[in-house]
Ligand binder design. Structure first.
Ligand code: NDP
Length: 499
């Protein structure tokens, strides 16, 4: 027995090849794509004046032709939204609006496999993430906000909440359906109508969602979906009859939108980039922390605004922690997003891949030490191996700039004060993680971290009841929870309650 234990202790770690899994591809059959999609305006498919081809980033195969909305087409969508707002939707009792939201939530659940496959196909994320994270959370957001639709006066007592009007919503490519849910669910619950633009590289689940809306018999014009590139987004922002803009994306575009809207009175919320610190103290459960670090930065290929892209580790445990982390990386399976065993899928676009490559090259040049586990990347499509940088200085670009890819920068600290100083030394302030056995230390850190969300002994957990949003250049306004209703409401506080 003792002999057996000794052999086990000294047995070499199994190589990734020994652990290899048989392919387990999810069937594409469940999705039936059209060759060409129009713009969804006033409950109808409008023939677009021009189109572009959307592809699968995993193999660059063409998936469909999609409309590229011009300012005139955006105007038609805004007019449809205004018409629906004035002709009944805003006056509908909350309980009636809730029925539609509940219906949408249920249909998303019923069609979740189809939506998940399409999300992975068009965006490159692993099917197990679309299936187990994006889809359940998207449905949960509709369920959650359906519950608020008839309780707005309880959410904001004595403030007479009323809808804002037409909401223009611009979303990114990292969580296409989930970001759509984050934006559309609270807007409709509050009685607004919507013009939404999905990102150029990931329009397909938003277009399939139009089918969901028809199935739910949502009145025409309440939700309008216009596809296109940044210029379509800019046309929504510039449109004079839009009352509120909700944007998720890069800080650069967020700033441009803020400049455009300054002085117009249009309500604005911005959910922008991040460079979160994931902080591990020497008393943390290391194996648990390693899982949290992996989930923090390699989930969705690191295309996550709140990704734990800076690992701050207490100096005394840096060596064993990094060794464990490297060993764990060897077990990550990179490849076909539709394979149920895949952990890390395709990079969303060639442009994003080039940005990651550029920043990783900068990290090498600046003197950081790079580690990538051995893995064979597919020849076609856009791929990047999970990467860890050690010996990173605070001033390096990889410690300052959002890479938005599967790249982790490791820095060390000695005291909680130093950890805090380094964590807050960023222009962003969206999220952070703290790993420690001591509750008092977690609370001490959480109070001082300039971050909208602080996870303790976990990372990348989302829930519709919990507000999400940033400080500093990560933007302003909150999505989720009761807080997520406020940007979609105007308040009539001129008369006292009951007056
Ligand atoms: P963008 O900010 O350009 O894209 C976000 C959305 O805004 C897309 O729908 C985009 O359309 C649209 N858009 C682009 N320009 C304008 C404009 N002038 N007015 C209105 N809407 C506009 O992000 P990118 O896709 O270019 O990504 C660049 C970087 O941004 C990433 O590398 C990452 O660092 C960060 N990012 C952060 C996200 C987050 O969740 N915080 C999400 C996505 C990116 P289109 O897709 O057609 O360009």
């Amino acid at each position: 027995m003792a002999e057996l234990e000794r052999t086990r202790e000294h047995a070499p770690a199994p190589s990734p090849a020994e652990w290899s899994y048989a392919p387990a591809p999810e069937s594409r059959e469940v999705v039936s794509l059209r060759e060409r999609y129009g713009l969804y305006v006033g409950g109808e498919w409008l023939e677009p004046s021009s189109t572009y081809t959307t592809i699968s980033p995993a193999d660059e195969s063409e998936l469909a032709e999609v409309g590229e909305a011009t300012p005139e087409e955006v105007d038609a969508a805004v007019r449809a939204a205004r018409g629906a707002f004035e002709n009944g939707w805003s006056a509908l009792p909350g309980a009636e609006r809730a029925k539609y939201l509940f219906r949408i939530a249920r249909i998303i659940q019923e069609r979740s496999r189809e939506l998940a496959v399409l999300e992975s196909l068009n965006g490159g994320k692993p099917i197990k993430e679309s299936r187990d994270v994006d889809l359940p959370l998207s449905a949960a957001h509709f369920f959650y906000y359906a519950g608020w639709a008839d309780k707005l006066e309880y959410a904001f007592p004595n403030r007479r909440p009323k809808p804002v009007g037409v909401a223009g919503q611009i979303i990114p490519w990292n969580f296409p359906l989930l970001m759509l849910a984050w934006k559309i669910a609270p807007a409709l619950a509050c009685g607004n109508t919507v013009v939404l633009k999905p990102a150029e590289t990931t329009p397909l689940t938003a277009l399939l969602f139009c089918d969901v809306l028809r199935q739910a018999e949502l009145p025409p014009g309440v939700v309008n979906i216009v596809t296109g590139d940044g210029s379509t987004g800019a046309a929504i922002v510039k449109h004079e009859d839009v009352d509120k803009i909700a944007f998720t994306g890069s800080t650069e575009v967020g700033k441009a939108i803020q400049r455009e809207l300054a002085g117009t009175g249009t309500k604005l919320t911005l959910e922008l980039g991040g460079k979160a610190a994931n902080i591990v103290f020497d008393d943390a459960a290391l194996d648990q922390a390693v899982e949290g670090i992996v989930n923090g930065i390699y989930f969705n290929q690191g295309h996550v605004c709140c990704a734990g892209s800076r690992l701050l580790v207490q100096e005394s445990i840096a060596e064993p922690l990094v060794a464990k982390l490297k060993r764990r990386l060897e077990t990550l399976r990179v490849g076909d997003p539709l394979d149920k065993n895949t952990d890390v899928g395709a990079i969303n676009s060639r442009m994003q891949l080039e940005k990651i490559e550029e920043l990783v090259a900068a990290g090498r040049e600046e003197g950081a030490e790079v580690y990538q586990p051995p893995c064979r990347l597919p020849e076609k499509g856009y791929w990047f191996a999970p990467t860890v940088f050690t010996n990173v200085a605070q001033s390096y670009r990889i410690a300052q700039e959002e890479i938005f890819g599967p790249v982790l920068s490791v820095l060390t600290f000695r005291t909680p004060d130093e950890a805090l100083e380094k964590a807050n030394n960023t222009m962003y302030g969206l999220s952070a993680g703290v790993w420690s056995e001591k509750g008092s230390r977690i609370l001490w850190m959480a109070e001082r971290l300039r971050a909208g969300v602080v996870w303790a002994n976990t990372y990348n957990r989302f829930d519709p009841t919990s507000p999400f949003g940033g400080y500093k250049e990560s933007g302003f306004g909150r999505e989720g929870g009761r807080h997520g209703l406020e940007p979609y409401l105007a308040f009539d506080e001129s008369e006292p309650w009951g007056g």
